[in-house]
Design a binder for this molecule. Structure first.
Ligand SMILES: [Zn+2]
Length: 254
């Protein structure tokens, strides 16, 4: 996970109007959502979700189940710009709009007042979004990708595995509940790190052979590529780049 910036994805100016038009009885929706969010987070009613608490303020899906009007879906392409069409959590590239979800950072089933809050939206892949589902920790929450520098809270290893810097932290909960240690993802990170290392090993070799200017130039190009916010798994790659480069060439500058 790396820092993303919301300014690339401004809220539509008429968003509030669209929200109010999409919900059959908006004042009643707000009233019920406020009452629901006043319930303790771990109460059975809250855990059952807002659709069970106030089905009459939602709309019926084809299946007959009550649900939120999903007007955010029309803005998925805009929301995807924020994270360069990558999943904000795992940094995996999304190869088609249908292969991704507009992810509610705080789940709408538990926080219905945030169901239409623009700053609660991110682009998520099926793997991360599916694992996160309606989970929300009783204490502390998860790591937000649009605040601080999320990558500093993780340690990415060469084999693609990842751990949190601090056990029990928001980063640790994010790793566990979003299944960011899943083997499929570990493999993808490892393949990308190995690809980078084929070039970086060569740069280190040149440095040790005395071709320092050329080695530095090559290292600069590698770093520019892997730290590009559009690059897949860039947080893992950038962290590993520095670990290898500083250890092998402590006096080198890029
Ligand atoms: Zn993901």
């Amino acid at each position: 996970m790396r820092r993303i910036y919301r300014r690339q994805c401004p809220c539509p100016t008429d968003w509030r109007d669209r929200v109010e038009r999409s919900i059959p009885d908006y004042p009643e929706f707000c009233k019920q959502a406020t009452a629901f969010e006043a319930l303790p987070l771990n109460s059975p009613e809250r855990r059952d979700g807002f659709a069970a608490f106030a089905p009459h303020v939602l709309v019926k899906k084809k299946s007959g189940k009550p649900d939120f009007p999903a007007i955010w879906g029309k803005h998925k392409e805009t929301i995807a710009v924020m994270s360069f069409q990558k999943c904000v959590y795992c940094e995996g590239p999304i190869n088609a709009l249908r292969a991704s979800h507009v992810e509610h950072f705080k789940p709408k089933a538990v926080f219905p007042l945030l169901a239409y809050e623009w700053t609660n939206y991110f682009l998520g892949c099926a793997g991360c979004n599916g694992a996160k589902a309606h989970h929300w920790p009783e204490r502390g929450g998860y790591l937000r990708p649009d605040q601080g520098d999320p990558s500093r809270h993780f340690v990415f290893e060469a084999d693609g595995t990842v751990t949190a810097v601090k056990a029990g932290s928001a980063a640790d909960r994010t790793l566990t509940d979003l299944d960011l240690k899943r083997q499929w993802l570990v493999n993808r990170r490892r393949f990308n790190i190995e690809a980078m290392m084929r070039l970086l090993d060569y740069a280190v070799l040149r440095y040790r052979n005395g071709d320092k200017a050329e080695a530095n130039q090559l290292a600069r190009i590698i770093l520019r590529n892997v730290s590009d916010p559009a690059a897949a798994y860039s947080a893992a790659l950038e962290q590993h780049f520095w670990r290898v480069w500083k250890a092998a060439c402590p006096k080198a500058k890029v």
